[in-house]
Design a protein around this ligand. Sequence first.
Ligand code: IPE
Ligand code: IPE
Ligand code: MG
Length: 247
Amino acid sequence: MALFGKTKTDAEISDLILPRHVGIIMDGNGRWAKKRGLPRKAGHTEGARTFRKITRYCSEIGIQYLTVYAFSTENWRRPEDEVGALMKLFKSYLEEAISDFKDDDIVVRFIGDKNGFSPELRALMEENEACSRDRTGMVLNIAMNYGSRDEIVRAVKSIAADVRDGKLSDADITERLVSDRLYTAGQPDPDLIIRPSGEYRISNFMLWQSAYTEFVIMNKLWPDFRKSDLDEALRIYSQRNRRYGGV
Ligand code: IPE
Ligand code: IPE
Ligand code: MG
């Protein structure tokens, strides 16, 4: 694996082999709030702060792709007031995001089904994508109303439609073709997925893309996650021996 280090600022991590694509399951907001006797939405507000800080840091140290899991296709099952608070938070965040990541040259993309959101939120998501499209820095995928099973079903349907219309034959159906029909088409698979909050599960995140991804589970709730925790995950990653089924 190549060394990526666009603007290596930290002496300690500058020597590491950095992942090209990092995924983060931003989990533990609710427990963070509960521990403090606060409503769950207070945890989400704090989690959004962590998200900004860690995203900027990833861009500074030269990560090329960052995918953050912000809201799953299953998260609609939560109580109405929590979902409502999250939608409000997304809206206020997206209104600021256009300028927020401008200086960092970050390209913002949304992965997931935008149709699940209000027209207002959808418009903000599209505006963010359009405004940042021509930037050249880190690509930030924000997974919202994202579920990897749903993503795979969509890919299968789009391939089936092309076969039906005679645009593709059975022989054209390859791993590459499937990858190219996912939300992450054209992007490298994640090298490292970090899950804070100590849960040992994938919760419907990047199932196809993570076939050979390294996982780092951390016992920190997302709102407590610091740059030093990211450094630690990068250090653990750099010591892993990736074999891809070989020896
Ligand atoms: C992650 O934190 C944020 C979302 C899923 C939207 P949680 O809200 O899942 O926090 P815990 O896991 O209940 O602590
Ligand atoms: C995964 O966290 C989804 C996000 C972080 C957005 P969940 O809290 O929804 O996952 P489970 O329910 O613990 O598996
Ligand atoms: Mg959770």
